[in-house]
Design a binder for this molecule. Structure first.
Ligand code: URA
Length: 204
């Protein structure tokens, strides 16, 4: 009998993974969060989108990209003639990291240790869905998928290969667009759209 390898959860289906994920204690983020947020979309999706971590709305609903960033993402994809519902959408980190300020919960960036601890879940989703193309939305997802040497500003919108050989690219996170001052928001949205246009040639 081999000892159970706590570093490599290997549930056989996405539903089985959701159960294991709900009980995850691989890092401390589970405790203040409402719930882990699993990836969502067809298990046969050819395109996988990877975000950073759930936000406030995602933590409460248990679904990825349903808040303001998700709405922007949906809008940009729709403008390109792409339907997010055909894609598998997930995050590099599955629990919301936040700071409580009065009644508000303010987003905090996950640390490298959180991304690392959560890595096996993302790898499991990749193994189960087997997408043809993976998109990293923002620096945290790019870290999880391409490692610490990847430079988002310099390399966004360029095809990469992940270690597995699967084609992938990174672009800005939709929240980065929303954080820009109003005068710059349109230009950032256009950069996001220009990168995501790489998906237009891909079968859904
Ligand atoms: N931002 C993310 O990175 N992921 C979500 O699911 C929502 C907001």
């Amino acid at each position: 009998d081999r000892p159970r390898d706590a570093a490599a959860p290997a549930p056989a289906t996405l539903d089985a993974m959701a159960q294991d994920l709900a009980a995850c204690r691989r890092c401390p983020l589970w405790e203040p969060a409402t719930q882990a947020v699993r990836g969502e979309g067809p298990s046969t999706a050819r395109i996988m989108l990877v975000g950073e971590q759930p936000g406030d709305a995602e933590d409460l609903t248990g679904r990825p990209f349903v808040g303001p960033a998700g709405q922007l993402l949906d809008d940009v994809l729709r403008g390109l003639g792409l339907d997010r519902r055909a894609m598998f959408v997930t995050n590099a980190v599955k629990h919301f990291r936040f700071e409580q300020r009065g009644k508000r919960r303010l987003h905090r960036n996950p640390e490298r240790a959180h991304v690392h601890a959560c890595g096996p879940w993302l790898q499991r989703e990749l193994a189960l869905v087997q997408p043809r193309v993976v998109v990293a939305l923002g620096g945290t997802a790019a870290l999880a998928l391409f490692g610490p040497d990847f430079r988002l500003a310099a390399q966004r919108g360029q095809w990469q290969r992940m270690e597995s050989g699967v084609r992938a690219f990174a672009t800005y996170h939709p929240s980065a667009v929303l954080r820009q001052p109003p005068r710059q928001r349109d230009a950032w949205r256009q950069m996001l759209a220009a990168d995501l246009a790489l998906l237009q040639g891909e079968p859904l």
